[in-house]
Ligand binder design. Structure first.
Ligand code: NAD
Length: 326
């Protein structure tokens, strides 16, 4: 199988290359993102392999079909980058990696929580200048405080385990509560009202877009810590920036953000017209943004490569496509 691999970075080559070789696949690593404008690069290949910020709308799907692409491999869980109806119309299966080290993603959520609470980023900045003054670097002890977890799937459950380790009381909200978890499920309003820490772990879809908006933020406690390692679109970033500037939050830890497509995974330091809302958030020392790297662990990268290559193998063998997005 010949795979056209898009949005390549060194960490992808290092993790995906050896696994693909083991499977006997030929991979061409393109630095470009897969978009309608770059789809032509896939000529001569059997499959494309794309990630979260590639764009595969109907136009790209049709181009890929015409070029002889037989299967669309996603090395991620989310499939919002692909026009699924167009893929179905073209008879192109879309295969994904539904889970890859959910612990890694939750651990980054915990890292962001600890950073904004204990101001690690500010302490680091000072210490690199030989400034060991700790004034203003106070945090709170998490033990005994309440954490509200939105979305109690694979990553939410890992986050709950970590938060329990801190001695926090857990309350949860999920559109589909899991009675086997023994959790105290509450309404979203109650979760907002009671939580000292709110951590988002639900998927982005029309029902959840901007679930954290001005109205929701107003229902939260003053001094709450918000963590988002799920999807940027869950949070109305203008409302968030307004609230951050108004002093609502103790801290905000974000691995994802609404405008990340334009910025993340690239060095945009020399971009002249930077997004105004993102710039407002970054201007606050209460906000730490990690640039969508919660997946970036050895374990997750290996798992993504193994599952993606396994998906391709099942496709070649005509076997059941267990990871097909229907
Ligand atoms: P999952 O499918 O195991 O869990 C999602 C949970 O959200 C489920 O329990 C589901 O019932 C719940 N849910 C669905 N609709 C909801 C709603 N309207 N309100 C509240 N809860 C709702 O998914 P997961 O593996 O835990 O991943 C969660 C999200 O994390 C993914 O959708 C993805 O966007 C994000 N993610 C981010 C990274 C990263 O690198 N930052 C990596 C992987 C996944």
């Amino acid at each position: 199988m010949k795979i056209a691999f898009f949005d390549t970075k060194s960490y992808w080559k290092d993790s995906f290359g050896p696994v693909a070789e083991k499977y006997g696949y030929e991979v061409t690593f393109f630095n470009e993102r897969l978009t309608p404008a770059t789809a032509h690069l896939a000529a001569g290949h059997d499959a494309t392999c794309s990630f979260v910020n590639d764009e595969v709308p109907a136009e790209a799907v049709h181009k890929l079909k015409d070029l002889g692409i037989k299967v669309l491999l996603l090395r991620c869980a989310g499939f919002d980058s692909v026009d699924l109806a167009a893929a179905k119309e073209c008879g192109l299966p879309v295969l994904r990696v539904p889970a890859y080290s959910p612990e890694s993603v939750a651990e980054q959520g915990a890292a962001l929580l600890m950073a904004v609470n204990r101001k690690t980023h500010l302490a680091y900045e000072r210490s690199t200048k030989f400034n060991f003054d700790i004034n203003g670097l106070d945090g709170v002890a998490l033990v005994g405080r309440t954490a509200g977890v939105v979305g109690t799937g694979k990553i939410g459950q890992c986050m709950i385990n970590i938060l329990k380790g801190f001695g926090m009381n857990i309350i949860a909200y999920d559109a589909f509560p899991n009675p086997n978890l023994g959790l105290e499920y509450v309404t979203l309003d109650e979760l907002y009202a009671r939580s000292d820490v709110i951590s988002l772990h639900c998927p982005l879809m029309p029902a959840t877009r901007h679930m954290v908006n001005a109205e929701a933020i107003a229902k939260m406690k003053d001094g709450v810590i918000l963590v988002n390692v799920a999807r940027g679109g869950l949070v109305d970033s203008v409302a968030l920036a307004d609230a951050v500037e108004a002093g609502k939050f103790r801290g905000v830890g974000m691995d994802v953000c609404e405008v990340e497509h334009e910025y993340f995974f690239e060095d945009r330091s020399d971009k002249a017209d930077k997004d105004a809302t993102l710039a407002r958030l970054l201007a606050s020392d209460k906000v730490v943004i990690s640039g969508h790297l919660a997946f970036l662990t050895e374990e997750a990268l290996t798992s993504m490569a193994e599952v993606t290559c396994g998906n391709a193998k099942a496709f070649l063998a005509g076997a059941e496509l267990v990871n097909e997005v229907k």
